[in-house]
Design a protein around this ligand. Sequence first.
Ligand SMILES: Nc1ncnc2c1ncn2[C@@H]1O[C@H](COP(=O)(O)OP(=O)(O)O)[C@@H](O)[C@H]1O
Ligand SMILES: [Mg+2]
Length: 287
Amino acid sequence: MTQYPSRHPLSAPRSRTSSAVTVIQSPRILAIANQKGGVGKTTTAINLATGLCAVGKKVLLLDLDPQGNASTGLGIMRASIQKSTYDVLFGEVNVLDAAVETKVPGLFVVPSSVHLSGAEIELVTAPRREYRLREALRTPLPYDYVLIDCPPSLNLLTLNALVATDSIVVPLQCEFYALEGLSHLVKTIERVQKHYNPSLDIHGVLLTMYDKRNNLSNMVAHDVRRFFGDKVYKTIIPRNVRVSEAPSYGLPAIVYDMRSPGAQAYIHLAGEVLKRERQILRQVDVA
Ligand SMILES: Nc1ncnc2c1ncn2[C@@H]1O[C@H](COP(=O)(O)OP(=O)(O)O)[C@@H](O)[C@H]1O
Ligand SMILES: [Mg+2]
């Protein structure tokens, strides 16, 4: 019989897949969230997931956006989708049965489907409506990480992600309105901490689409660091055409053109995320 170690944020052993034995435990969950559209959530979800796989982690990317860009960006054809995040949310299938393999070794995706656009309304009257995703994910699974690509709003779908997740990655586009609306996100996080998920925190704030030739990018980066301090990742994702081309080939930028500055930045980010994870683990051990 498989032994399922009890869940502990990070001190539980990560899943190790070897020819001899597979240890299954609850994965760490990171939600990629910002209610603004076009800030780089999906791009970050795909490439951070790929970067983690590149160092041997096993990752599940759950596409919670009805637009399904994370699914198509990983080469999943909409017509081929049989089980989706919608089915997981409504308990029709479990996560493992809905997960499909991608071209990236170690990376699996639970795709989005058109049904997800109606889920918001259906959730309103569903029992335990804020906990649907948490109950689906907080279970032993054969992944080290689950990444959730959130929709561009603070609706019940995003609320489900915030209730389910351990920590949040907030991408911010280096543009004039970057900080606008963030207080709303921060208040929502505080509300979720208070009522549903006390250990929720912000893993990090990620500056995206940085253009070094543009003075505004520098000013925004400076303001964001003043506002969020150490929470801002040292890695900055540059604006890079290879990053924006990659999804049309159904590939992460890291696979499409590994040498491009955008891909290199995401590889760097994966390293920084894992470094923070180790720091969190040490804090958990000390406490
Ligand atoms: N670093 C980048 N360089 C160039 N284009 C980018 C970069 N990051 C994202 N994009 C492009 O910007 C658009 C919005 O990004 P996306 O990740 O879909 O944002 P969101 O998921 O927040 O809506 C997409 O067309 C994407 O390809
Ligand atoms: Mg998106």
